[in-house]
Design a protein around this ligand. Structure first.
Ligand SMILES: [Mg+2]
Length: 377
């Protein structure tokens, strides 16, 4: 099987409500949809959801980088030669940054490989380590009253895990977390994510101590991404485990976090690692260092979420699913694919691997066409 063509479409997927966190406010999710065609008629799909504040990627840089650099490097190649292809990007093209572009094209190659072999993607990277994952939803900055109301509605649908965006004034953060805890009940799992928002390490320590009484499983990215000493300081002065997200991009940053003793948990996202192969390497570093992994996302549609789900369920060291389904309140108004599944197990909403080969996602071409955008400058 040989790759014959690569196409990139740029979309903007409006969210049901603006999503506000310490480092950004989004009303739409940027989405680069990649299609890779082969001489055997199979087509693989991949998605980039670029987040400028995480990796510097934008909707348009993804399109340009794939079009000018990455796509020409894969035409004529066998999509199963993933290691060789990614090595070429790193050591022949000397690609700097642009992880979302790499992740999207690599995702499409995994999708192709699974379709060619007739197996779900997770079977290509170790197989299932469990049958399903507890669903979680994420709340951006909002009023305590609104957060409580949304939390009660989700609890009624079986959602038992909530992530709350903090990184605001510590007292305001505490009001939000208190409201979610009261609405979610004592048995719900709560985590918080500051997205680098607290001013410095001492402020972060003060904030975490305000949040500790509400029973949070971990606090994510309390300080700036490039200040691992500050992360270590916070870790040394609070009882809650520290997760790092923005600080952990690929294997090199993961190793630096280990050396600095900066965290207990890595948040792995394909848009940061540059794809699944690098995510597996980050997970290997974590596992060797006694660090667990939670899989997050950047607001992808069902397509990109499916890739995260396959990786999550294939790796025993990944303990936590952290991504909102497009159908949830923080999700998209109109998803571009179908195939993600949930079911209630003992009253708990549980994510299941999509049925079918590769990613297992069927594109909704009408939804793709309706949300396509062209360059504005
Ligand atoms: Mg985060």
């Amino acid at each position: 099987m040989r790759i014959t063509a690569v196409h990139v479409e740029t979309l903007e997927l409006p969210l049901k409500a603006p999503f506000v966190i310490a480092s950004s406010a989004l009303a739409v999710s940027p989405c680069d949809l990649v299609r890779v065609e082969t001489d055997e008629g199979l087509v693989g799909y991949g998605e980039a959801c670029p987040a400028y504040e995480f990796t510097g990627d934008t909707l348009w840089t993804v399109q340009d980088v794939i079009g000018e650099y990455l796509a020409p490097s894969v035409i004529g190649k066998d999509p199963c030669q993933l290691e060789a292809i990614v090595h070429c990007w790193q050591r022949e093209l000397w690609t700097v940054g642009n992880q979302a572009a790499q992740a999207a094209l690599e995702m499409a190659l995994w999708d192709l490989q699974g379709k060619a072999l007739g197996r779900p993607l997770c079977d290509l990277i170790g197989g299932r380590t469990r049958d399903g994952l507890t669903e979680e939803v994420t709340w951006g900055w909002d009023s305590p009253e609104a957060l409580a109301e949304k939390t009660r509605a989700m609890r009624a649908e079986g959602v038992t895990a909530f992530k709350i965006k903090v990184g605001d004034l510590p007292e305001r953060d505490a009001e939000r977390v208190a409201a979610v805890r009261a609405a979610a009940g004592p048995d719900a799992r709560l985590t918080v994510d500051a997205n680098q928002g607290w001013l410095d390490a001492r402020t972060a320590v003060r904030a975490v101590k305000l949040l500790e009484p509400y029973g949070i499983a971990f606090v994510e990215q309390p300080v700036r991404m490039d200040d691992l000493e500050a992360a270590r300081f916070v870790r040394d002065h609070v009882d809650v485990p520290i997760a790092l997200d923005e600080s952990v991009r690929g294997p090199r940053e993961a190793l630096a976090c280990v050396k600095a003793g900066a965290c207990d948990i890595f948040v792995v996202k394909l848009m940061k690692t540059g794809g699944i192969l690098n995510a597996l390497k980050v997970n290997a570093i974590a596992e060797a260092a006694g660090i667990s992994v939670t899989m997050g996302n950047m607001g992808e549609s069902s397509l990109g979420l499916a890739a995260h789900l396959h990786v999550n369920i294939a790796l025993a060291n990944v303990t936590h699913w952290d991504a909102d389904l497009p159908s949830r309140p923080s999700g998209h108004r109109r998803d571009i694919g179908s195939g993600l599944r949930t079911e209630l197990r003992d009253g708990v909403s549980t994510m299941l691997i999509p049925e079918g080969a590769g990613l297992g996602i069927t594109l909704d071409e009408d939804a793709v066409a309706a949300q396509r955008v062209t360059r504005r400058w």
